[in-house]
Each structure stands twice: as C-alpha cells, then as structure tokens.
Design a protein. Sequence first.
Length: 528
Amino acid sequence: MARDTQSHFELWRAVGALLSQVNLDGTSIHFDEAALRQGIHTNRFDNAPPGLFFDTDPGFPKRTGINTRWSNIAPRLGLAWDVSGDGRTSIRAAAGIFYDRPTSIYFRNLTTVPPWSIRTQLAGVSFQDPWAGYPGGDPGQIPFGGSAPKNTPWQLNSIVTALDYDTPNMRVGQWNLSVQRQLGTDWVVSANYIGNGTRHLWGTQPLNPVIFVPGVGDAKGNCTLNGQVVPYTVAPRAPCSTATTASYTARRRLSLDTSIPANVSKLFGPVNRIESGGTASYNALILSLQRRPVKGVSISANYTLSHCITDLYQDISNASNADEGWNDWTNRRYDRGNCTAGAAGGGAEDRRQIFNLSGTAASPQFAGSKLRIIGSGWQVAPILRILSGGTVNVENTTDPGLIYMLHQRPDLVLASPYGDRSVKNFLNPKAFAAPLPGTFGNLGRGTIRGPSTWQFDVALSRNFRIKEAQRVEFRAEAFNLTNSFRTDTGLSQTGLPYLDSNSTSSTFGQITAARDPRIMQFALKYFF
C-alpha cells in the first residue's frame, strides 16, 4: 500500500512538472515592454495601461500564464557494484533530473496587485491624512478579485508582478557516488560525494526600478542623466535624488524614458519580472563510521564538508516593499553568493562543516534477581552535533543608494570584518561603510560567517514488563545537557537574530540572542 502511494505521488509529481499552475479565477498576468512601447492594449480591461495582458487575450496561456512544457523529461539512473564479490566492499552511483515549481504562496503577488486587489505603496505619508496628495484620494472603492469588471479603474503607480509565457520549470540535477567497506564483523566505513545543480532558478528582476539621478538641479531645477534632461524638476540647486515618495516616483525607469507618454508611465510603480536564469549548486563530501549493536552498544558518526552557492532566490515573488529582488536590476550575478537561509536569501544555508556523533548503550542483563530489577533494561542514547558558522548578510536598511531597495549591502573598508568574535564584538562596525548614493556596496552576499554552534542531548529510557502483553516505558530526555551558553546564525525562536547584521542598528555586530538553555522532559507510557 505504501509503495502504491509513493508511486502515485511520483506520477503526480511528474505530471506537475509538465503542467502549469492554474489560476481558477483568471488572475494570471503578463507584461511585455515591447507592446507597451507600441501602445498595444489588453482586451480584458479598458483602463489597463498598454503592455499588460491577461487571460482571454490572444496568445495568452489560459488560466496559467505559462505554456505547458511537454519536453520536461526526468531520466534517472542508479548503479551498484560489489567490488570483491564477497559483499564487503561496494560502490554505488546514481544521477537524476527533477523538475518542480515554487509553492503556491510564491505566486500570491500575481493575484494581490491591481487590477485584482488594492495595493498602494506610499512613503512619507501623514497618519492624519494618508491620502493627501494621492490623485483621486482613497482608492478603497475600487472593485477587486478575479471578477473585477472590464471598466475597473487602474491605480497610479500600480505594482505589477508577471510571468513570461515561456518561463521554464526549475530543474535540479542530482548525482552521488559512494564507497562502503565493512571492517571486521561490526564496523562499516563509507565515503560519499553528493552534488546537485539547479537551473532555471526563479528570481525577481525589477523592470521599473528607481534610478539614481546624480547632482543637483540647475537654476531652473532641471536635472540631467547621461547627458539628457530628465522629465521632472526640483527646486533650484536642490538634489536631483532624495528619499521621498515624489522623488522615487519621478525617478522610476519608465518615468525617465521620454519615449513613453507620461500619462502611461505614471500608471506603473514597481514592475517585477519572474526571471528564470538563476543557478545554484551544492557539493558535499560525507564520511561516516558505524558500529552495529554489539553487547548493547552501537555507535554512529559522520562528518560533512560542503559548499552551497546560489543566485538570489526568494520564498515569494515580492517581499516586504515591492521594490525587492536584484539590487542591480541589470546584473543578476551581483546578488550571487553563499546560500543564506531566509526569504531574501534562499531556503538553504551554507554550513561548511557538520559533525554528528550518536550512540546507544544498554545495561546488561544481570543474573541476580534484585540487581536485574534495579539495573537491567536501561538504555542511554547521547547525541553530539557540532556545526560551523552559517552565512549571514550584512545589510543597510536606510536606502543609502537612494534607489528604494530595503536590503542594500555596505562597503567593506577593512581587511577583516570581524571583531574579537565575542558576544559584544563579533563583527567590527568600523569595517563597514554605507555605499555612496547611486552605487552598490562591494560586500558580497553571504560572505560573513556567523558563530558556530553545537548541541549535546541525552535520552535515558527503560521498559518495565508487567505481564506478557503489558509493559510501562519510562523515558527522560535532556536537551543541552550541560546548560551551556550557545549562539547560532539566523533567527532565534523569539524572532531575534542571533547575530545582528543590520549595519544601521545600535547593536550591529553583536550577538543578541542565545539558543535554549537546558530543557528536560519526562514521559511515562503504558502499553497493553
């Protein structure tokens, strides 16, 4: 039955690699900049700007927005060789190709933007009158949802997140090679190489980013970019780029393009394309040693040396403010680096070294009745886990580049970014500086190593036989048995970062959270 269930799962997974996700309410959307410049409009909405297309438009893949890819073939091959023919030395190898798509929540930004729902992004608003200065006032009366009528009004500075028709599935190639050898009668050693390569990794490419316009306005408030006067003015001798809503709106790429009518470009806010050219890789060497249970004692140990590297991947297509994705909209590789867990870094984490040691030891069956009652049947199981530091991103959240990106990386201005690696001085704040306006920091993504960590847990258990078919099991478990102070990378269970990597924070570079202290739990179970 379990085998049949697994077979059905693999079948549906294979079918899912061919077919696209279906939006039953018809909320798929496509953006075509060439059509925008040619003034080609959708047939579905009267007020949508040119360049946007929806379900029912000619050539639009109905209810999916992505063409079906019948060429997604996923071959797999595995080999095993008994080297000496006595079953003591084996070599195994396997390789395969796998396809998948992101989870459904990844696509939510295709359906939670105009014209399907109201989403207006403003900066520097007044809480007393947040819609002051917004043309038309409060847009709360706009119809929303998949049944939005043909005459639905289109909001100014609307967010657009769109898929290309030919966006391919993400594809992962996996391969492994292992050598196992039995030593004596009780021990097995093995060396394993595991690798995978991801292709067509989806990432968010901003197509209408905020562009930095250098310098100050002339006596008439005119500013220039690349030798051309931009289509907005500032106060005489005032900066051409400021951290205000009006400046951000005026400096969007489409708004600066004078070949696009102003009454059209002002309808577009962030325009994000789900770009499928990203890649990622993982390679690991795993060495292991095992001892089968002999006289009540078993041992298992393994050591992993690995490296994970990736282009930028996000758990959802638009994070926090919609101007998220590639920092440099022209260069995907600027955000390539070591894998870092988190919505803005990916689901994996680059831990270069991991060591695990576990075992079990059972007390002997004593001959004496009293001693057997007291001492026999106990089993202790310790587990030790040691991990090198994971990667963290040092970020500046104050928009030093004046490009409306919340997660800009700073410049590294000293040879080493680290302090003395103590709780209050793990990173040296003086090693980092905000990049100049209009520039990108030279610090790579995921180049900083956070603190290493470890865990020592122990379980103690015993079964008490009452009758032939009845017994009571007692179990005690201690996590962090030594009650040691331990930190880590990433977010703690309270949501605080173990290592504060926000370069604008007052605690930047400090360890601000710890892993759990000793936790003990007890259980008593009756079997009948």
